[in-house]
Design a protein around this ligand. Structure first.
Ligand code: DAK
Length: 258
């Protein structure tokens, strides 16, 4: 049985971390499979990816504590690099990604959700970075991504205290974009993914790149990043046909990704 599964529904991919007996905890096998599954995604046909966890209880309850407990310093660094490389691959995947957080998202699980573009949560979701209670720092980008998403004060409060927060607080601090009853979460995630998939794929991908790359540099450089990506859209058939449809006051044809 695969520990990471990928299902395709029309132009939407659904990636499931499938280790429910351990609340989908990330051991090295899960992380390696995640790496391979991400590599297997054809970003020219899949237009949006949903990431979720198997079972009713957890998105991902963190890195595998049993496996981590005996690591040496060198092994700890290697494990951190393995996770960081894969999470960065997810973060920079050219297509939009949505984390459908269906339960515990702790430690590496919270970090996995933060490597996605958008987070939707069930009412049962719980977020946190409990690492300092285990004698370690967050190791898969938590100190960096949480501060960028919720601000430095809130991130430091959560990380220093190791306090878990429930879905309403995650919504209030901007960690998640919406909260739904558990039984509605996947349908809502799929609805959002389908809506994204219906937009011009090259433009959507350019928006992701512009936001991700532009926010890493100062504003003078950032607007140049945007200008170049904006310009590149004018080489596409989708831009020409959508604008022609607007001018001719008719509905545009489905986008062709070219
Ligand atoms: N690792 C391994 N197994 C886990 C796990 C985890 N993170 N979380 C849960 N499990 C397993 C439990 O051991 C249990 O297994 P069995 O005893 O049935 O064999 C099963 O999942 C069900 O869990 P519980 O029986 O505990 O379920 P409860 O409903 O009672 O509690 C819980 C749910 C989520 C509150 C609890 O399981 C819990 O506190 N889990 C640990 C949460 C946690 O602390 N997560 C953060 C892990 S630390 C780094 C790289 C990475 C990281 C850091 C540094 N570098 C190399 C620098 C990342 C660190 C983390 O993610």
């Amino acid at each position: 049985m695969a520990l990471v599964e990928l299902e395709l529904k029309d132009q939407v991919g659904i990636l499931t971390i499938n280790r429910p007996e351990a609340l989908n905890a990330l051991n090295d096998q899960v992380i390696s499979e995640l790496d391979k599954v991400l590599d297997s995604i054809d970003v020219n046909t899949v237009r949006c990816l949903i990431v979720t966890g198997a079972g009713q209880k957890a998105f991902v309850a963190g890195a595998d504590i049993a496996q981590m407990s005996g690591l040496t310093k060198a092994e700890g660094e290697a494990f951190g690099k393995l996770g960081n490389d894969v999470f960065r691959k997810l973060e920079t995947l050219p297509i939009p990604t949505i984390a459908a957080v269906n339960g515990f998202a702790l430690g590496g699980g919270c970090e996995l959700s933060m490597s996605c573009d958008i987070r939707l949560a069930s009412e049962t979701a719980v977020f946190g970075q409990p690492e300092v209670g285990l004698g370690i720092t967050p190791g898969f980008g938590g100190t960096q991504r949480l501060a960028r998403l919720v601000g430095m004060g809130k991130a430091k409060e959560m990380i220093y205290t190791a306090r878990n927060i429930k879905a309403p607080e995650a919504l209030a601090c901007g960690l998640v974009q919406a909260v739904y009853p558990a039984e509605e979460l996947m349908a809502e995630a799929e609805k959002m993914a389908a809506r994204i998939a219906g937009n011009a794929p090259i433009a959507v991908r350019a928006c992701k790149k512009a936001i991700n790359d532009g926010t890493q540099v100062d504003m003078d450089k950032a607007i140049v990043v945007e200008e170049k990506l904006f310009g590149s859209c004018f080489e596409t058939k989708d831009q020409r046909s959508a604008m022609a449809a607007f001018v001719e006051k008719r509905k545009h044809d489905p986008f062709e990704n070219c």
